[in-house]
Write a protein that binds this ligand. Structure first.
Ligand SMILES: [Zn+2]
Length: 419
């Protein structure tokens, strides 16, 4: 088993005994009424994703809580945090309660909602943060839209601090971005698509860090995509600011070259960047500047994607391909297996201050078993998500969750070990 958050040796061969939905014993030669043999596989804490779009309520033709949590279970995730840009927006108690209730009714993993910063994501009026906190939100964000107004960001930070919630910023200065559909650079020029500069992201992060220093509030940067942002966060952490951040598998694995055939599945926000950015992201993940790996799972239907590149909605699926993409870096030797698992378990839990992410005695039994070499190909026939918008569709990948256990119950069992 691999449990980077553990006090005991992080990497050891052992049995895990689960009873009543909790981990009750870890050791060699344990006995139980039913034994699942997962010798030679990795037993890790259930994966945690800080950044998922479940599309319910309002856009269930793209995804819903049932299919989104199913995709999560297949991908090895037992906790997912869902972004508030639903219809209606999750900016008030009633919507938060609806998501929490639906997740209990039809969801197969834990769903932790993120509330909006501003009412209807209007960027002008603060949402009912206190009420949403009571109803169960774990962070606030206007994800998809950056909060441009600096005075409002300051007030939002002060509220967030009062309720001990991290503020999650989709960092994109809209005036600098000027509606660019991909990264501004050589590829955009070559293929004639309007780009947005890397500084659209880092300029907003730089502004936010000044306000974090002033307010002392917790700040989490969503989907970091540029080398400059990594440098800014590294410096902020060195100065002791309460800052965390995440990177997506697609920003680690792809560059703007992937956009050169106008494939709208490669259109994401922030856009895929350059090789230099990609290298800085990996370095930041390795040295811990980047805390967590988060998917930004963003399902879209052909209505939003089978159009010209500039008109296509940004976003790609992530839950079912995150693990094989990250394990590729482990296989190449550029990322340590323990660091990879930590960034998918304990580190995201700490970033948002939520439980989970460790196989501790007494902890809720959220456990994922990974076969790191298992071949896998995402196909329209086998995908659990309702949408298909992944540039990895049809590619031969390797490494996947073979068993996902949520609160002691098996929610994904690839090889029918329990039959
Ligand atoms: Zn975003």
């Amino acid at each position: 088993m691999l449990d980077p958050a553990a006090q005991r040796p992080v990497d050891l061969a052992a049995d895990v005994r689960i009873q009543g939905g909790r981990i009750v014993e870890i050791g060699r030669g344990l006995v139980a009424p039913r034994i699942i043999d997962v010798k030679d596989l990795w037993v890790v804490p259930g994966l945690i994703d800080l950044h998922v779009h479940l599309r319910e309520p309002g856009q269930e033709y793209k995804e819903d809580i049932e299919t989104g949590t199913r995709a999560a279970a297949v991908g090895g995730f037992t906790t997912i945090c869902c972004m508030p840009n639903t219809r209606p927006v999750n900016d008030q108690r009633a919507v938060t309660e609806l998501i929490v209730r639906r997740a209990k009714e039809v969801g197969c993993v834990r769903v932790r909602p993120i509330g909006a910063i501003t009412h209807n994501l209007d960027g002008k009026h603060l949402a009912d943060i206190a009420e949403m906190k009571e109803a169960g939100i774990v962070a606030i964000s206007d994800d998809g839209r950056p909060v441009m107004n600096s005075g409002l960001v300051r007030r939002a930070f002060e509220y967030a601090r009062t309720f001990d919630l991290p503020l999650v910023q989709h960092a994109e200065d809209l005036d600098l971005a000027e509606g660019g559909s991909m990264n501004e650079g050589a590829v955009a020029t070559r293929i004639g698509i309007k780009g947005q500069p890397a500084c659209a992201e880092s300029a907003m992060v730089a502004r936010d860090l000044e306000i974090v220093e002033w307010t002392g509030a917790r700040y989490h940067v969503a989907h970091v995509s540029t080398a400059r942002t990594v440098a800014l966060i590294r410096d902020a952490k060195r100065r002791g600011l309460p800052v965390t951040c995440e990177v997506t598998p697609h920003h680690l694995a792809l560059t703007d070259e992937a956009c050169s055939h106008y494939d709208t599945r490669t259109k994401v926000m922030p856009p895929l960047r350059t090789t230099a950015d990609q290298e800085a992201l990996l370095e930041g993940l390795v040295d811990g500047t980047i805390d967590a790996i988060a998917t930004d799972h963003a399902p879209h239907s052909p209505v939003e994607k089978d159009v010209e590149f500039e008109c296509a909605a940004p976003g790609m699926l992530g839950l079912e391909t995150a693990l094989p993409i990250i394990l590729d870096f482990v296989r190449m030797g550029s990322l340590d297996d323990k660091r990879a698992i930590a960034a998918l378990t304990g580190a995201p839990a700490r970033a948002f201050g939520i439980p989970g992410g460790s196989l501790a005695i007494g902890a809720v039994a959220d456990v994922t078993v990974i076969d790191p070499e298992r071949p896998m190909t995402l196909t329209p026939e086998t995908i659990a998500s309702k949408s298909r918008n992944s540039p990895f569709m049809g590619q031969k990948l390797a490494g996947r969750a073979v068993l996902t256990i949520f609160e002691g119950k098996v929610v994904h069992d690839l090889d029918s070990r329990l039959r």
